[in-house]
Design a binder for this molecule. Structure first.
Ligand code: GAR
Length: 203
């Protein structure tokens, strides 16, 4: 058993929060021993992820981009919330607000993102949520998957931590594929990657 203090993790969310739920469930099973889910930060107050946080006694905060005059003012407000909460590591779990280099450079190798494709396919600007799966189906690839990677100034361009492939089946719709990628890849990979990074940050 480690005597180190657990890495304090903030999970950034915008929507349903099924990846947040996967982290909560993994933590309950003892699969994230190096980290503690210390804060949920949502980009909007309608995010169902906030309900998941409340149900699991995780403090949460809503910080909306539109409440700030510009990107820098918004990012400084987010940084202040993180500092107040003693956050060591950030997980982007379906977080749909852009973070610029001003933000990402403040947390080198401390921000991870889950993306629903095998990077470098179907990633970068404009590829988020269901659009990623629509693009994979339109291209006609037979295999897709999910990637957890470090976040830097290049959208979906940081070092890859874990990847898992998922088959595309005849007749798949974007919604069906999204669900398969979540169940078979994202919800498995994200807790594993979070533990790997949280453990490194403890050392
Ligand atoms: C997930 O599929 C996640 O990989 C994706 O948004 C969904 C959020 O679902 N993220 C991106 O597309 C980021 N580029 P969730 O709120 O249920 O976790």
């Amino acid at each position: 058993m480690s005597l180190n203090k657990k890495t304090r993790i903030a999970v950034f969310v915008s929507g349903g929060g099924t990846n947040l739920q996967a982290l909560i469930d993994a933590a309950k099973r003892g699969e994230i021993p190096s980290g503690e889910l210390a804060l949920v930060l949502a980009s909007n107050d309608k995010a169902y992820a906030l309900t998941r946080a409340a149900e699991n006694n995780i403090p949460s905060v809503v910080v909306k981009r539109k409440d700030y005059a510009d990107q820098i003012a918004y990012e400084e407000a987010v940084k202040a919330v993180l500092a107040e909460n003693g956050i060591d590591m950030i997980v982007l779990a379906g977080f749909m607000t852009i973070l610029s280099e001003n933000f990402t450079s403040a947390y080198p190798k401390r921000i991870v993102n889950v993306h629903p494709s095998l990077i470098p396919s179907f990633c970068g600007a404009g590829f988020y949520g269901l659009h990623v799966h629509e693009a994979a189906l339109e291209y006609g690839v037979k295999v897709t998957g999910a990637t957890v990677h470090y976040v830097n100034e290049i959208p979906d361009g940081g070092e890859i931590i874990l990847q898992k492939a998922v088959e595309i089946l005849e007749g798949d719709t974007a919604e069906v594929l999204q669900k398969r990628v979540m169940e078979h890849a994202e919800w498995i990979l994200l807790p594993k990657a979070v533990e790997l990074v949280a453990k490194k940050l403890q050392a």
